[in-house]
Write a protein that binds this ligand. Structure first.
Ligand SMILES: Cc1cc2nc3c(=O)[nH]c(=O)nc-3n(C[C@H](O)[C@H](O)[C@H](O)COP(=O)(O)OP(=O)(O)OC[C@H]3O[C@@H](n4cnc5c(N)ncnc54)[C@H](O)[C@@H]3O)c2cc1C
Length: 420
């Protein structure tokens, strides 16, 4: 059995960020970085561009072998962890190899979740999470003339746009009442949907799929309404679930993801978790949540790495704040913090501006004078400033009217005062 001081499972954003943080504190400690894939580290955010052909798969990597070596880490590919044993401080790989660690970071991210649709598992479907998925989808899209996308989240909508731009006839099927649920409210989502429809993409919302089937020649999807649609290609983009199967019987506490404290520590001594797999305190203090976005993975990885290496100045993770920017068909959209007021809660104030003809939308949500959510389409709002105002809990009570009328200018003035 090999031994290492720091063992990092997962070589994407959270794992690499932890590796860098460890090296800032401990230049010598032996470190091993594992990935279950055969590739060098890459970012899943590049995958839509690999699918569209804008980026060649060979240029999708975050680090080359030399850069990984510069961190003095042993990088093992095809190294899938299948078991963690906290009592013996060891992990077991699918290959049968065992590795003993002093400190372990679990940064295993997530994978696509297949909805419980009869026939789907045997249908010729694609998903988009890994580089191999993107390469497969790129090839299939080259041959296809039509496509069905199940799920109108950011990944599904990106894919639908790319396929349509390449001349494919695209239908998006979403079970929820509107597209981009969780990112935008119904009104904003309606504006985005209008742009897609104007560009020839058919979107069916509130449409539950009852069956999926087909062969290599194409797929057929049946809807609850009785309608049947067929296409050459089927992409399933209906959400993700955390990669935690290897933790069964480990005693490590999991819910939807791995439960961690503000230092990203799990309940097991010497084991941390970070990124899409970690369920940490939410920024709004409403329990532990998964916040599956890149900046969150980087920040959590950094916190975990610094704590693993014993950095006395490590700051606790302040809580995950959702943030997404979305470019579609030449338009801009963003969403930071809350996109809707929680139904059960009181004390919120919403300031909304909607100009459907010019496709503009802006929504600011306040609670007790503080901004808790901002979203917009083609709005003159800087999401980075909104993130800072929400994250720093800046009191806007006195300047609220001015801020609502001109969030960018007022936000900049406030930020410059804060940084002085
Ligand atoms: C198509 C797409 C587009 C996206 N676009 C955006 C965007 O625009 N903005 C944004 O903020 N976020 C975006 N995201 C989300 C973002 O990519 C993730 O939040 C981020 O990658 C999370 O990083 P991570 O390190 O936690 O996990 P992941 O990136 O999921 O990496 C997990 C790592 O763990 C490894 N692994 C998993 N299981 C095992 C195992 N058992 N043994 C060994 N290794 C294992 C994997 O091989 C991989 O190296 C996008 C995601 C996708 C799929």
């Amino acid at each position: 059995m090999s031994q290492t001081k720091y063992l990092i499972v997962g070589s994407s954003h959270a794992g690499l960020s932890a590796l860098e943080a460890i090296r800032m504190q401990d230049e010598e400690g032996s470190t091993t970085l594992l990935t279950q894939e055969k590739h060098l580290p890459y970012s899943p955010t590049i995958l839509p561009y690999v699918v569209s052909g804008l980026v060649d798969a060979k240029e999708a990597f975050l680090r080359d072998e030399e850069a990984v070596n510069r961190y003095g880490a042993e990088f093992k590919r095809d190294a899938k962890v299948v078991r963690v044993e906290p009592q013996t401080r060891s992990v077991k790989l699918q290959t049968g190899e065992g590795i003993q660690y002093e400190k372990l970071l679990l940064a295993t991210g997530a994978r696509p979740m297949l909805p419980p649709i009869s026939g789907l598992e045997d249908a010729p479907y694609h998903v988009l999470r890994t580089l191999d998925d993107a390469i497969g989808l790129h090839r299939a899209a080259q041959k296809a003339k039509s496509a069905i996308v199940l799920g109108a989240g950011l990944i599904g909508m990106h894919a639908a746009e790319n396929l349509a731009k390449r001349g494919r006839k695209v239908t998006v099927v979403e079970a929820m009442p509107h597209i981009l649920p969780g990112y935008f409210d119904e009104q904003a989502a309606g504006l985005v949907q209008r742009v897609f429809s104007d560009n020839g993409i058919k979107i069916l919302t509130g449409s539950a799929v009852t069956h999926a089937g087909g062969s290599d020649g194409g797929c057929v999807v049946s809807l609850e309404s009785g309608e049947e649609i067929s296409a050459d290609l089927l992409l399933v983009a209906t959400g993700v679930k955390c990669n935690i199967d290897y933790l069964a019987e480990s005693g490590i506490e999991v819910d939807e993801g791995i439960l961690v404290d503000e230092m990203m520590r799990t309940n097991a001594e010497g084991i941390w978790a970070a990124g899409d797999v970690a369920q940490a305190q939410s920024f709004f203090g409403d329990g532990k949540r998964i916040n599956a976005i890149l900046p969150n993975a980087v920040e959590q990885g950094r916190t975990a790495g610094r704590d693993m290496a014993g950095d006395p100045a490590v700051r606790p993770f302040p809580g995950g704040l959702p943030m997404n920017t979305y470019r579609f068909m030449g338009h801009n959209a963003f969403s930071v913090g809350m996109s809707q007021v929680p139904e059960t809660d009181e004390g919120y104030k919403v300031e909304q501006v909607s100009l459907p003809e010019s496709l503009k939308y802006q929504k600011l949500i306040f609670k007790r004078g503080r901004l808790v959510g901002a979203s917009g389409i083609n709005a003159n709002v800087d999401p980075g400033i909104m993130l800072q105002l929400i994250g720093r809990k800046v009191d806007l009570e006195e300047v609220k009217t001015q801020f609502v009328a001109s969030p960018v200018d007022t936000g900049r003035i406030l930020m410059s005062r804060l940084w002085r």
